[in-house]
Design a protein around this ligand. Structure first.
Ligand code: CA
Length: 555
């Protein structure tokens, strides 16, 4: 097949807490708080300044998110039960592991008829709304109003569905979602005219507003106002960037998420591949992207062109003589900078939502949560994407502001999970979480109760099922405690026919570069972690582990 020429216009475009608040009593009911739940897609802790962004001090600045940390609680050990978009969203809504809510891979369809926390809040009188990315195949349910992207959503001029009605909106998606969120806050506040907080029964009910950003999900098309960020030099490269993919275990070689190999030139890296390799076939993603760009506003195309023109021309001139190592580093810089620029739009939105809450007089009565549907690889191990139970994707940012309850500037190292949000919001609203929820309420942690961090959970269960989807990461499950992690590969067997294991001591090896599984000197730790895993499997009623009949490694 001959290369498809791209339009000329694309040529160059492209801890611990001590502060305690007395719990409510029947005699002194706390007014039910509003809840603003802001979630990004694929935003990792390494890209947030209050978490000590991996780019180093002063390079990445996220003042909006940092404000929540300053005025609320920063969770340093929060994680997800399955590091992939749709399943994480379903876990958040239901408070259940994927095998219970039935949405374990992105190819499935969420059964919207099941119990979710927005439905329970709605039944209890809350006004419930969602704005932004939905991505569960079935339409939103349990919301008085929904304004959501179709599917993954586009970065420019996206299709939105407002209460079932489709329309295309002009602009950058992050800003459109933000503007919609602020408009909804204004509408909700206006309807709050009767709110005097005196609990005499005549108040307008509180609200839940879920704001789900698409950014900084692939394919990293920032708003032009952020293109001048990170232009002063190179971002630091993670220590593990050049680690061999199978350094930890054979499983590591079975993936298609390598920055040096798997990013597409135009789709991901914003450079026309025909200027680099005129004789090579253009990839499927790049052909798709060439069409997609026809919908991007000309001003944005011009801005991308201007931002990348010099670097793109220099690469085209040099690529034949570049070492694989230098080319990998070039791709890392281009990818990571556009990822961070795209994330900056999300931070602008967080800051803007906090300002709107101030302006509307809602801040004191509102819980604000910032999180992501999971973490992300920002070059660690030479990777982008997520899926693995390793720390960069397993862990997720989580910040909570709740005036009068959460001590400003507090830090928690509780092993909180996205599994816990449903129970937390229900309990905050004065609703007893149903017995079938599998998470724990974070309220004792948020209140700063003594010992709450430790008693919340001493081990977290994880299960990834989407080996046949994009990026071909093998199915695995695992258990993480404060100090150790054990991963069991469900379809990868050793020569004895047993599941391949990985074992890490997080206390001395937080980057998980030294797999201790099978080493005699760590046999006791391995045995104890396997026991923890089995106990959690039983506790959560996890499915039987049946290895796939056909190995996924050929996919
Ligand atoms: Ca995601």
């Amino acid at each position: 097949m001959t290369p498809i020429p791209l339009p000329l216009l694309l040529a160059a475009t492209l801890t611990g807490t001590t502060f305690a608040v007395a719990p409510s009593t029947d005699d002194d009911p706390r007014p039910r708080p509003n809840i603003v739940f802001i979630m990004a897609d694929d935003h990792c802790m390494q890209a947030i300044s209050c978490y000590g962004a991996s780019a180093g001090p002063g390079v990445v600045e996220t003042p909006g998110i940092d404000r929540i940390a300053r005025e609320g609680m920063r969770f340093d050990r929060a994680s997800v039960t399955n590091a992939i978009c749709g399943p994480s969203r379903a876990t958040i809504l239901t408070g259940k592991h994927c095998h219970r809510h039935g949405f374990a891979t992105n190819g499935q369809r969420f059964d919207g008829s099941q119990q979710t926390f927005p439905k329970l809040l709605q039944q209890a009188g809350y006004r419930t709304e969602v704005v932004g990315k939905w991505h569960l195949s079935s339409p939103p349910s349990g919301f008085d109003r929904s304004e959501v992207l179709v599917g993954q959503g586009d970065y420019w001029n996206p299709l939105l569905v407002v209460d079932g009605e489709r329309s295309r909106r002009e602009g950058h998606t992050t800003d459109l979602i933000h503007d919609a969120a602020v408009a909804r806050l204004e509408a909700l506040a206006a309807a709050d005219a009767n709110h005097d907080g005196d609990d005499d029964g005549d108040d307008t009910p509180p609200f839940l507003l879920m704001v789900h950003h698409k950014a900084p999900h692939r394919n990293w098309m920032p708003h032009p106002r952020h293109l001048d960020l990170f232009t002063d030099g190179d971002l630091p490269v993670p220590d593990s960037f050049f680690d061999a993919p199978d350094r930890r275990s054979p499983a590591g070689a079975i993936q298609t998420m390598r920055i040096d190999r798997d990013l597409a030139w135009l789709y991901d890296l914003k450079i026309d591949p025909t200027t680099l390799h005129p004789d090579e076939e253009v990839s499927r993603l790049d052909r798709w992207m060439a069409n997609e760009l026809a919908r991007v506003p000309q001003e944005a195309l011009d801005a991308y062109d201007e931002a990348h023109r010099e670097e793109n021309a220099a690469l085209a001139a040099a690529i034949e003589d570049m070492s694989p190592r230098d080319l990998a580093l070039w791709k890392f810089q281009r990818y990571a900078k556009n990822y961070l620029r795209t994330a900056q739009g999300v931070d602008d939105s967080v800051g803007g939502i906090l300002e709107a809450l101030d302006r509307l007089g809602l801040a004191d009565d509102t819980i604000v949560v910032y999180t992501s549907d999971q973490g992300w690889y920002l070059g660690e191990q030479g990777w982008y994407d997520k899926r693995w139970m390793y720390e960069p994707s397993f862990r997720t940012p989580l910040l909570v502001r709740w005036p009068g309850v959460v001590e400003p500037g507090s830090i928690s190292d509780a092993l909180a999970q996205n599994l816990d949000f449903a129970s937390t919001f229900l309990e905050a609203a004065g609703i007893e979480p149903p017995a079938d929820l599998q998470g724990r309420s974070l309220l004792p942690v948020l209140r700063g109760e003594s010992g709450a961090d430790e008693t919340l959970r001493d081990a977290a269960y994880y299960r990834f099922e989407e080996s046949r989807g994009a990026h071909t990461v093998p199915r695995h499950e695992g258990v993480a405690t404060r100090d150790a992690k054990l991963i069991r590969h469900l379809d990868l067997l050793d020569e004895r026919g047993e599941s391949i294991l990985e074992l890490y001591r997080l206390d001395v090896d937080p980057e998980e570069r030294d797999n201790l599984a099978g080493r005699p000197e760590h046999a006791d730790l391995q045995r104890r972690m396997l026991e923890r895993l089995e106990a959690l499997r039983k506790h959560y009623d996890a499915p039987e582990n049946v290895p796939a009949s056909a190995p996924d490694r050929d996919i």
